[in-house]
Design a protein around this ligand. Structure first.
Ligand SMILES: [Zn+2]
Length: 389
């Protein structure tokens, strides 16, 4: 037999849950058909649970995998960032091993594609094995205007190294509070027609920093002994202070959005366009709830995003700020605080929405004929997953 026939209690096809249907997949993992159970003939493999396309993890830092359980929980973003940038005692061997283990963990949990933040080249060796489809986001940061040239050159060189992998890559800003105007000027031309991502409004202090100056981010620069006197508060929220700078990008993935307000969502809507305008910037809202719990002990305003019909996607962030790299663990956490959100909708966030965010919805994210989205079986009771294809 050159194909497999798969049936479970339900099939989630990327959009909705369907019953009494058999999924037919070629031995290479290409979706051949979805047929009525009664017309499927013999040889159907039966599973209990939900058959689902592979998950898209829209935000990860694979290179930080060695930091698992290293940083104390619930200390707030400033102390977290300080610990990440000053933690340097691991050998390269340990880091590479942790990268490999983390990728295996994600594969086992049903993740088939990852948007990965890159500050160095340490993940390249693992990515060469092509077990997972990556979108590499080369992260530029530097708050001192005087370091913008050096930082930009570093990002450009890294972009070149990653381009040898023949996987899509782009240069992206780390966060509104860590990229000087000089550095924005350098990286903005690189956004043209690319997918850009940024850590957005992850802490309550981010808005304060742009509205009035001061707050915890000022403390962070004091701790790091980085001169902050050039900072001019804009009198606007963080998002409204930078969002225009993403104009040239094809898609923007805003990550965290823990402290985003309705007026910021209104602003994004004003500046972006619905999916039908494919040539204009389209914005995705990436939730990394377990990282928010870990770092800030906070949750983003998910109901507000739903009410505004925002395109939501999911990410795990890194093992520096999460207990696992598992999209279903993210869904479990959302379910605890928002029990009324249908599982079907959250699975859309985890599959087709992520595929759209990375422009791979012609291949991944749903069970449609000709796609190769991977097949996962979800246990409905404990929300665990096992990869079938
Ligand atoms: Zn992150």
């Amino acid at each position: 037999m050159t194909y497999r026939k798969l049936k479970a209690d339900n099939i989630f096809d990327g959009y909705k849950l369907i019953e009494n249907t058999v999924l037919i997949v070629s031995k290479d993992g290409i979706i051949e058909d979805l047929v009525d159970a009664e017309n499927a003939g013999d040889g159907t493999e039966i599973f209990s649970g939900i058959l689902c396309p592979g998950f898209i993890n829209c935000h990860c830092h694979l290179e930080l995998s060695h930091m698992k359980e290293l940083i104390p929980e619930k200390t707030g973003l400033v102390d977290f960032v300080f610990k990440v940038v000053t933690e340097r005692h691991h050998s390269e061997e340990e880091i590479l091993q942790a990268i490999e283990n983390a990728e295996s963990e994600m594969l086992n949990n049903g993740i088939i594609s990852i948007g990965d933040i890159c500050n160095n080249a340490l993940t390249i060796a693992q990515k060469q094995k092509q077990r997972v489809r990556y979108y590499n986001f080369i992260e530029a940061s530097g708050w001192l205007p005087s370091v913008s040239k050096i930082r930009f050159e570093r990002s450009k060189n890294l972009l070149q190294e990653f381009s040898k992998l023949h996987t899509p890559s782009s240069i992206v800003p780390h966060a509104p509070y860590s990229v000087s105007q000089n550095l924005w000027n350098e990286i903005q031309p690189y956004f043209e027609n690319r997918i850009v991502t940024i850590h957005n409004q992850e802490t309550a202090f981010e808005d304060e920093f742009f509205l009035k100056g001061g707050g915890d981010l000022t403390r962070m620069y004091e701790m790091m002994q980085i001169d902050n006197t050039h900072h001019q508060p804009t009198g606007r929220s963080s998002l409204r202070s930078y969002f225009n700078k993403l104009d040239k990008a094809k898609k923007a993935i805003l990550v965290h959005n823990t402290f985003m307000k309705q007026e910021d969502v209104d602003y994004v809507k004003l500046k972006t366009h619905p999916d039908s305008y494919r040539d204009k910037l389209k914005t995705y809202f990436c939730l990394c709830v377990n990282a928010n719990k870990y770092i800030e002990d906070a949750l983003p305003p998910i109901e507000m995003f739903r009410k505004n019909k925002c395109a939501i996607v999911l990410g795990t962030d890194s093992l520096a700020s999460n207990w696992s790299l598992n999209i279903l663990d993210e869904i479990k956490t959302i379910r605890k605080s928002f029990p009324l959100i249908p599982l079907e909708e959250m699975l859309q966030w985890a599959t087709i929405n992520g595929a759209r965010a990375f422009d791979v919805d012609d291949q991944l994210g749903s069970f449609e004929i000709g796609k190769m989205p991977g097949v996962v079986i979800i246990n409905e009771h404990d929300l665990s997953a096992r990869r079938l294809i």
